[in-house]
Design a protein around this ligand. Structure first.
Ligand SMILES: NC(=O)c1ccc[n+]([C@@H]2O[C@H](COP(=O)([O-])OP(=O)(O)OC[C@H]3O[C@@H](n4cnc5c(N)ncnc54)[C@H](OP(=O)(O)O)[C@@H]3O)[C@@H](O)[C@H]2O)c1
Length: 279
């Protein structure tokens, strides 16, 4: 997004105001799908993940196809210095939309799992999300508009034996997001937890791409619904999340579209939208 960039004017190719989004975990899965959908909506993007090569590849494809400005910011969000670089980027110019998507979950008996990996999961799923949210909010509130999507999970709604840390981090994300949703009432800034069920990605390769993307966000794929245990074959006796899955509703991608309106003038009267979106 430099001055020499052909997209650096104040309007999009379609004549609307330029909007920006920062997406973490954009090198794969749901984050990459967010990037695709937002580029299609003419957002300029900052893409964050560890694998710079994958981010560059995606950035090139989206620049070529959509004509938007894309910045690649390779960083490990579990590393203090890496997270600090992304926090600094957000503080420097808060995007219209922050998508806290990067996340990870390990499986197994907690007593036998590598503790450093479990703590790393908390760093990624919770600490990075909290720091980035805190970095974005003051500027968004000052401007009177902005939105944050925290990618949570259906796993946040109940304890998750053999996936204990992951479920707990997502319960945190739900609680944190719902509290902020209330705090931000009247500011023009919206925050929402997106709670997908099983969705086929790199992390969950055995599952067909299901309603999480198609119904809630993007409709990027006409594929069938996900199902089965996670990972395939594991977790006998665990609660069946499918029982809690809703049919993929024909939901407007409310979260993605949240910053479309710039409610600086009528922020107080604007409905804040649902605190949680369960595709
Ligand atoms: N797939 C599902 O069934 C499902 C269901 C419910 C919720 N979710 C949630 O959706 C989000 C995305 O999941 P996904 O299935 O799309 O996962 P994925 O395909 O494994 O992608 C994870 C993304 O996070 C990035 N990432 C991982 N560790 C990172 C780190 N330390 N620092 C920076 N970036 C990191 C990865 O990129 P690099 O490896 O390049 O860093 C990748 O871009 C997660 O929060 C997950 O909990 C997924």
């Amino acid at each position: 997004m430099t001055a020499s960039d052909p997209t650096a004017s104040g309007t999009t190719a379609h004549g609307g105001p330029r909007r920006s989004a920062l997406v973490t975990g954009a090198s794969a899965g749901i984050g990459a799908a967010f990037a695709e959908a937002l580029a299609r909506e003419q957002y300029d993007l900052v893409l964050v993940a560890r694998r710079a090569d994958r981010l560059e590849e995606l950035a090139k494809r989206l620049r070529d196809a959509r004509g938007v400005a894309i910045e690649v910011l390779a960083a490990d969000l579990t590393d203090g210095a890496g997270l600090a670089r992304v926090v600094a980027r957000v503080e420097e110019g808060p995007p219209d939309l922050l998508v806290n998507n990067a996340g990870h979950g390990s499986f197994g008996n907690f007593a036998e799992l590598d503790i450093d990996r479990e703590v790393g999961e908390i760093q990624l799923n919770v600490v990075a999300l909290v720091r980035l949210t805190r970095a974005a909010l003051p500027g968004m509130i000052r401007r009177g508009h902005g939105a944050i999507i925290n990618v949570s999970s259906m796993a946040g709604f109940q304890p998750m034996p053999f996936n204990a840390t992951y479920g707990a981090t997502k319960a945190f994300v739900n609680s944190f997001t719902e509290a902020l949703h209330e705090e931000l009432r009247g500011t023009g800034v919206r925050v929402q937890a997106l709670c997908p069920g099983f969705t086929r990605t790199d992390r969950v390769p055995g599952h067909r791409r299901g309603g999480a993307l198609r119904g809630a966000l993007l409709r990027v794929d006409g594929g069938g619904r996900g199902g089965g245990s996670f990972p395939p074959g594991a977790g006998a006796g665990r609660p069946d999340l499918r029982a809690r899955r809703r049919e993929p509703p024909d939901v407007e991608p409310a979260a993605v579209h949240a910053p479309r309106t710039h409610p600086a003038s009528d922020g107080a009267s604007q409905p804040a939208g649902p605190a949680r979106l369960i595709p």
